[in-house]
Design a protein around this ligand. Structure first.
Ligand code: FES
Ligand code: FES
Length: 973
């Protein structure tokens, strides 16, 4: 190994450094020099997070070898563009226009924008988008619109046409802050490249930290482990130990992650997921060993030398394969289908097969079989965890986690440290969208720390992370729907087969979602349905925004369109006739908690009519134009047992500290908490500068639950109100003025107050009956009505979404930039889902680009979200939840738009150009597209429903079923 001394002119100053010319990239060198605004996401040149300017050219520094650079090359990083005390207009605009969410992509985008403005200070929006497309800048959070807004605003200042302080909306705070575009507290560090994410923490850890690499054999999806040969790896330089399951057990761990399977119909008898696989590999991404070494490179080099001998076992890579009669069990204690949730309504409750009779005898009926894909989350940041024993002996994790308390529950006894000696702290986090609910990465890092009795850092490559982290469950489904001569739905039936992959945790939760969201929010008088979940040997299913509902809408929103066509009714009108009106029940036989559907359709109507007119006008043989609709929505909170605790403290200087676990993943955990606290403390006239947030550290913050299920703003907000009321009441003097800190102390009054809010205070909540699906588990919903305007190129089959409009009800909007960000981001994931995102082919879908992440030009710039701000009665200050509704069904607006444009119905996602083109060619030749045959999902639907009816299970008490993310650790076994 030969090192080299080099000079570069970085941000205007000549800098000397030592590098390894054989290995180092420019990004490696810059980061070692402390310029950690240069983020490495993909590491393979496809995400743009490492963008810098090299000799006047914008480049991606992760793939630029240092050895190829001439000495004294000039480099500009974000640190050279602006600092907190001397911000560039781009940085101000990104902060003020909501262009920053998780912030991991932000330095790359600002550097890229800076380079653009050097070349062209007066770009059009189209040129800005084309620039980002060309330079591969990817943002997975924002949907790009707010980023382009920011560049356009900043450009005005750069050109001298506007003053810096004119950037962003101006607003009055006379009536308070709630609903106003207050800038998120973490934005400044993010736009300056000063937010230290996981890999930045690793780089800055004390010198005797050990580095850990995973041994992920990646040879089979299902295999018996015959031998793990570590002899060569152990001899490699710098290696301290190769850690196997036996080492973890010897250190006191069970090596089994805790699990909560609570549904009465689950057949899972014991937790199944090992920290380090010992005897079997259940999926491609399983980890069988860890290497601890003195450097990251050495750990990784040694990991590559571990040899794993296997005996191949039968592999079942989707639901259909795993439920074939001759399929072997994947886990010994359970059949592959491990849980089912039936749904019966109306005549279906009397006799399930009566529903089939109603459908058969209705004037119009349609049927179809559908498939939705294994959607990967594709965060730009991968996975990086630090684990160390703190001064008080707590095994401390610094990581990405959507539920820091539930992560402790999930770790359980697996690594041999009692749960009350574990501490989880969130690092600044480059988004998650659901994957960090699992804690498998924490278990790995914790295992290494326990076995080595040393601080460790584990940073996976993007490909390792891609194979290790769970994905959205793919789903095969069969369904039918029927209506009368007036286009009113008479009955529906559905059968969902969800692929939960190798491990079961969460499967008995997701299986309750399709029987709630299929045909939401329509009035369906009679229904018979089933949702089944099975283990396969593919990656495990996990939380992902709109958890479990996109699978439902894939069936129901296709059938709605098909039925409208069969009945000869316009799809908008058909939906109008079938939305539930006041008093009509949802599919679970309960009244909807809110009925905003008519108002929302009235808002959408002119947009739809314009879109149809424009599509007709612009339609050509070469470029077919179409319009697609979909209704969607999602639940708010995790149900009747959901609970959140926060605390607010009066500080000696008269300011306030708020403590909570509103996990910030880019969605706005910081600003959400701030807005709620400002509003709750409004009687005291508090300003944002007077509130300090202490968040996401289990030793300092009470358990506010998980950030998921669109619950946090709702639950944490209600808890904030309770805490604030207590504090304000203690501070209030008899004359109506308020005590100071000193006065409180002098009178012996507490200065810190906790608020705990529980859904048990919401009347009438009840979970789904495991025998019928009747129930009303959550206090509120979000509602989204989507309109996609698409163009299909008949020569290539490529679909372009030209415009996307969403009318949404999320209650009162607490912070417009954050909610817009969730909306645009959710819609962008939905468009990606429709057109190509996938993680089915483990050899191909190894990075964000290969897995179909949408670059700028895939997402329309004309992205409009219209809020119908109906104050929610049970939510804080009229807010409901946000986020998940926006990704629930947008994909179906796109797919329905494709059908409307060119007559090709995509039954099996994604709508790849090849698939659409094949359909176009069939139709052009006068043929008919053959839909998929009805899938075999393990048994006949009605036979299974009869079987369930004949063998009911005893429904447990209300808190028997505890959903995926509930915070308290004791709920895991
Ligand atoms: Fe360099 Fe992704 S392009 S980290
Ligand atoms: Fe762009 Fe999160 S803000 S990836």
């Amino acid at each position: 190994m030969a090192f080299r001394k080099m000079w570069l002119k970085i941000n205007g100053a000549n800098r000397i450094f030592i590098c390894d010319p054989a290995k180092d990239s420019l990004a490696d060198v810059l980061r070692r020099l402390g310029l950690t605004s240069v983020k490495v996401g993909c590491g393979t040149g496809v995400c743009g997070s490492c963008s810098v300017i090299l000799d006047g050219q914008l480049i991606r520094s992760c793939t630029r070898k240092i050895a190829k650079l001439p000495e004294y090359s000039e480099v500009i990083t974000l640190e050279g563009i602006g600092t907190p005390n001397n911000l560039h207009p781009l940085q101000v605009a990104f902060m003020k226009l909501g262009a920053v969410q998780c912030g991991f992509c932000t330095p790359g985008f600002i550097v890229s924008s800076y380079a653009l403005l050097l070349e062209n200070a007066d770009p059009t929006r189209k040129e800005v988008r084309a620039w980002f497309q060309k330079h591969k800048n990817v943002c997975r959070c924002t949907g790009y619109k707010q980023i382009v807004d920011a560049v356009m605003e900043a450009a005005k200042v750069v050109r001298g046409e506007a003053a810096m302080d004119a950037i962003g909306p101006s607003f009055s705070t006379e009536d308070g802050y709630y609903g106003k575009p207050v800038v998120r507290p973490t934005a400044l560090a993010k736009v300056c490249g000063l937010a230290d994410y996981g890999d930045d923490q690793e780089l800055k850890m004390p010198a005797d930290t050990l580095h850990v690499a995973v041994v992920q054999p990646r040879t089979a999806h299902h295999a018996r482990i015959l031998e793990i040969d570590i002899s060569e790896a152990e001899k490699m330089p710098g290696v301290k130990k190769v850690i196997l399951a036996a080492d973890l057990k010897a250190a006191g761990g069970t090596n089994i992650m805790a699990e909560g399977q609570m549904h009465e119909r689950t057949t899972v008898m014991a937790p199944s997921r090992e920290v380090l696989n010992e005897k079997k590999i259940y999926r491609y991404g399983d980890v069988v060993a860890l290497v601890a070494a003195d450097t990251k490179d050495r750990a990784r080099a040694a990991a590559a030398q571990v040899k794993v001998k296997i005996e191949q076992l039968p592999e079942y890579l989707n639901f259909l394969e795993a439920v074939m009669p001759d399929a072997e069990r994947i886990h010994e204690d359970t059949p592959n289908i491990f849980c089912m949730q039936p749904l019966l309504k109306g005549a279906g409750l009397e006799e399930p097969s009566k529903v089939a009779g109603i459908i058969d005898s209705s004037p119009y009926s349609v049927e179809g079989s559908f498939y939705s894909t294994r959607q990967p989350h594709l965060t730009i940041e991968g996975d990086s965890v630090q684990a160390y024993f703190d001064e008080d002996g707590f095994l401390t994790f610094q990581c990405k986690s959507q539920g820091i308390y539930s992560s402790i529950g999930r770790i359980g006894n697996s690594i041999g440290i009692p749960k009350d000696r574990l501490r989880v702290v969130m690092n600044p986090t480059g988004a998650s969208f659901g994957w960090s609910t699992n804690a498998g990465d924490l278990c790995l890092a914790g295992a290494a720390a326990v076995v080595m009795k040393s601080p460790v850092s584990l940073s996976m490559s993007y490909e390792e992370h891609q194979h290790f982290s769970g994905k959205r469950c793919p789903c095969h489904s069969n369904g039918r729907a029927a209506c009368d001569e007036n286009g009113r739905i008479t009955a529906v039936e559905f059968d969902f087969g969800m692929d939960h992959g190798a491990y079961s945790w969460g499967g008995d939760d997701i299986v309750t979602k399709q029987p709630r969201f299929a045909f939401f929010p329509y009035y369906v008088p009679h229904a018979a349905g089933l949702s089944r979940i099975a283990n396969t040997n593919h990656n495990f299913g996990t939380a992902y925004r709109s958890y479990g509902s996109p699978q439902a809408y894939t069936l129901s929103e296709a059938l709605m369109d098909m039925l409208a066509e069969k009945a000869g009714i316009d799809p908008f009108e058909f939906r109008w006739r079938n939305i539930a009106r006041e008093g009509q029940t949802n599919i679970n036989s309960y009244p909807f908690r809110q009925y905003p559907m008519e108002e929302m359709m009235n808002i959408m109507r002119p947009h739809y009519e314009r879109a149809v007119r424009e599509a007709k006008k612009a339609d050509t043989r070469e470029k077919r134009r179409g319009v697609g609709l979909s209704w969607g929505g999602f639940n708010v909170t995790e149900g009747g047992t959901d609970k959140a605790t926060v605390a607010i403290e009066l500080n000696p200087d008269g300011t306030f500290t708020k403590y909570d676990t509103y996990q910030e993943l880019g969605q706005g955990g910081d600003i959400g908490s701030l807005m709620l606290t400002l509003e709750a403390l409004k009687p005291l006239g508090v300003t944002p500068e007077q509130i300090r947030l202490v968040q996401n550290d289990t030793r300092l913050c009470p358990d506010s639950g998980m950030s998921g299920a669109s619950r946090t703003h709702f639950m944490s907000g209600n808890a904030t109100i309770l805490a604030a009321e207590k504090l304000i009441s203690a501070m209030r003097k008899p004359d109506g003025t308020y005590r100071t800190y000193d006065e409180m102390k002098a009178e012996g009054l507490e200065t810190k107050y906790f608020g705990t809010y529980s859904n048990t205070s919401v009347p009438g909540l009840c979970r789904l009956d495991p025998n019928t699906g009747i129930g009303d588990p959550t206090p509120a919903f979000t509602y989204c009505l989507n309109l996609a305007e698409v163009e299909v190129d008949t020569a290539t089959g490529k679909t372009t979404v030209l415009r996307f409009t969403c009318v949404s009800d999320v209650g009162k909007v607490g912070n417009i930039d954050s909610v817009n960000g969730q909306a645009y981001g959710g819609i962008s994931h939905a468009i990606g889902f429709a057109l190509g995102e996938n993680y089915d082919d483990v050899k191909k879908h190894t990075n964000i680009a290969a897995s179909g992440v949408p670059y700028t030009e895939t997402i329309p710039d004309e992205l409009e979200v219209i809020y119908y701000e109906r104050p929610d009665e049970s939510g804080p200050f009229g807010s409901s939840g946000a986020s998940e509704g926006f990704q629930s069904s947008g994909h179906m607006a796109v797919l329905n738009g494709i059908y409307n444009a060119c007559g090709v119905r995509v039954y099996e996602m994604p709508a790849s150009p090849e698939k659409v083109k094949a359909g176009i060619d069939i139709l052009a030749a006068g043929g008919k597209i053959t839909p998929p045959k009805k899938y075999f999902l393990g048994s006949d639907l009605y036979e299974e429903l009869e079987n369930i009816k004949a063998n009911p299970v005893q429904a447990g008490p209300e808190d028997y079923f505890v959903p995926l993310g509930s915070g308290t650790a004791e709920r895991f076994f």
